[in-house]
Structure formats: structure tokens, C-alpha cells
Design a protein around this ligand. Sequence first.
Ligand code: ZN
Length: 132
Amino acid sequence: MAKRVPQRMCVVCRKMRNKRDLLRLVRRDGEIRLDAIGKMPGRGFYVCKDPACIEALWKGRRLEQQLELKALEPACKDQLKEQVMAEALRWQQEQAAELQRQQRLAKGETTVLLPDGRAVRRVIKDGNHKSL
Ligand SMILES: [Zn+2]
């Protein structure tokens, strides 16, 4: 049975997404942190790992409102944005690599497990098997 992936909502675009496709920001003891695993205690909210949503969140006072803060030091706000963007970009690269892997599979390139446990990659073309 497939494991149910918890869903959370991005505060910017209001889309429900898998929790692992979102970043969580948490305010605790006067500090704002990027919660990579989504388990930090404190007041938190979620945003897509999408530069468009992150940019929108950093515009005006939106971030402050989400964190229920009167003000956020500009230097601190910039630093946090850098961190969040870096995490979003890293995730996008991972997604792109996964997509490439799936495209290779769709093209008929596959891993064949031999009876003795050795794995070989093969490309299946026109019904002929060619070892790589
Ligand atoms: Zn979003």
C-alpha cells in the first residue's frame, strides 16, 4: 500500500503540495529558521520551493506578516532569502535529475538484474538488446 504523503499549503500561491515539496520557515525565541525537515517546534508556515513564490513572499511586508513580526532587520531578511533560495534551487536540480532518469527509462534504457544478482544497464532498441 502506498504511504500517504502529508499535504501542506503554500502561503503565497495557496496550492496544496506534498510536504517535502515545500520549505518551512519557523519563528522561535526571536529567531527565524529554515526548517529543512519540517519538524522544528515553533510558529511556522510553508512556501513552495519555487523562486516565484519565494520572491513574492519577500516583497513588502508579507514575510513579517506571516511570522507575526512588526519588523525584520533588512540584513537578516536578505540572509534568510539567500538561504531559502539556495535550498529551492538545490531541490530544483534534484527534480531535474530525477526527470532525466525517468526520461531515460521511458526511452527503454533500463537496469536488468541478472539471476546471479549482477545489475546491467541495457538499451532496448527495435527489440534488440545491447549491453552498455
Ligand atoms: Zn507557492
